[in-house]
Design a protein around this ligand. Structure first.
Ligand SMILES: [Mg+2]
Ligand SMILES: [Zn+2]
Length: 182
């Protein structure tokens, strides 16, 4: 199988990875950062195949709401399943191409590492990488995650973090009130 060309919206957040900007400074705006597993798709532990990927209710409308509010939408996802050997980075990238074809996010940043990488949440590296790739205004930005480590990364970046869980209801309802309404 011929590998697909790289999608510029899909990046590693680790040191040394490609930081080529996707937009110029005139496009600066706040960002909605979303964790992936448990926020975009149900957390079934190391999801890496389309058949195991089940959308969290309301995620598509939540992304639409953020875009209507003039925000970037950025996914920041720890993917230590790669270093753990549960799946390969090409498998992760194939699933992510499938994802971005169905959910209009602006950027998906991942870290494949298990230890020793500043990008892995609770580290702030993936958010800082995103802010090099897209012109992000921290004021008005926020992160939604399902783990304390997500919120730690948000705090380190200087933005609010909100804990989302299976009992939080649909993601779009959860987001209502957290972002400016058009
Ligand atoms: Mg998660
Ligand atoms: Zn990393």
């Amino acid at each position: 199988m011929t590998p697909s060309p790289p999608d510029p919206r899909i990046r590693r957040g680790c040191p040394g990875a490609d930081r080529t900007p996707l937009a110029g400074p005139e496009s600066i705006r706040p960002a909605l950062f979303l964790d992936r597993d448990g926020v975009i798709n149900l957390d079934r532990h190391y999801v890496h195949r389309v058949e195991d990927f089940e959308w969290v209710p309301g995620v598509h409308r939540a992304v639409e709401m953020a875009k209507a509010a003039g925000m970037w939408v950025v996914v920041v996802t720890n993917q230590s399943g790669i270093e753990r050997g549960f799946y390969t980075e090409p498998e992760y990238l194939a699933l992510t191409r499938w994802l971005v074809a169905r959910l209009p996010v602006d950027l998906v940043v991942h870290c494949p590492h298990l230890t020793g990488c500043p990008a892995r949440k609770p580290g702030v590296g993936m958010l800082e990488a995103a802010a090099e790739i897209l012109p992000i205004r921290r004021e008005g930005s926020l992160l939604i995650g399902d783990k304390a480590t997500d919120l730690q990364a948000a705090a380190a970046f200087g933005i609010p973090g909100h804990l989302f869980g299976p009992d939080s209801g649909p993601l779009d309802d959860f987001l209502q009130g957290l972002i400016p309404q058009p």
